[in-house]
Design a protein around this ligand. Structure first.
Ligand SMILES: Cc1cc2nc3c(=O)[nH]c(=O)nc-3n(C[C@H](O)[C@H](O)[C@H](O)COP(=O)(O)O)c2cc1C
Length: 185
């Protein structure tokens, strides 16, 4: 799959079916993140790949009802980092940016492998830390919910979430975010 196809195929689907996640898959995903650019090559990202059923069940308890769909995950990747693991230049902290770039590469790789990799912000970071043994000074930036897309819509999806499966949410038109030569131009 080329980059264009991966970008266009990727969706934050919520209707997930179980899928076997092999160690090779984990390695492939980690490698896609590993090759990402980062400030001074600091590589500030840390990932916990959770496949163990008992730990997954405990992670499901960290989710609000609105993310109940994520209980169908076959793997959850906890994405973590810390400001001092990356460049801090006069108020510009690059750890979130660089970890985000690495995570985006991982998500596109998952797409190429035929998986759904859906990042979420809706979870209790404190509880996630407790379940995974993550020290307090690390920020839990996102959980990436991994599974296989299915056309079968489970009851736990809200009406809006179910409708969202069929159609990618609208994006801003170019004029609203892409400028030529000067800001706003
Ligand atoms: C940082 C981040 C946090 C998100 N949090 C949630 C979430 O808590 N629950 C959820 O269902 N989707 C979540 N999403 C998915 C977005 O809603 C989704 O990417 C967006 O609606 C665009 O849809 P698309 O990715 O299918 O194009 C999140 C996405 C990102 C990048």
């Amino acid at each position: 799959m080329n980059v264009k196809d991966a970008i266009e195929t990727r969706r934050a689907y919520r209707a997930l079916a179980p899928v076997e996640i092999t160690e090779e898959t984990v390695r492939d995903l980690a490698e896609a993140a590993r090759l990402a650019a980062s400030c001074f090559n600091n590589q500030p990202w840390r990932f916990v790949f959770v496949r163990e059923r008992e730990i997954l069940e405990r992670l499901f308890e960290t989710l609000p009802d609105g993310n109940a769909w994520a209980r169908a995950a076959s793997m959850i990747v906890a994405v973590i980092s810390r400001p001092d693991l990356d460049c801090q230049i006069l108020g510009r902290d690059y750890f979130l940016f660089d970890t985000g770039m690495a995570t985006a590469q991982m998500i596109l790789k998952a797409t190429e492998l035929g998986l759904v990799a859906h990042p979420i912000a809706g979870y209790s970071p404190k509880k996630v830390r407790g379940v995974l043994g993550i020290p307090d000074d690390l920020t839990v930036i996102t959980l990436v919910i991994v599974g296989k897309h299915t056309d079968e819509i489970s009851d736990v999806l809200s009406e809006a979430q179910a409708a969202g499966e069929a159609k990618r949410p609208e994006r801003h038109p170019f004029e609203e975010f892409a400028y030529l030569d000067t800001y706003g131009g």
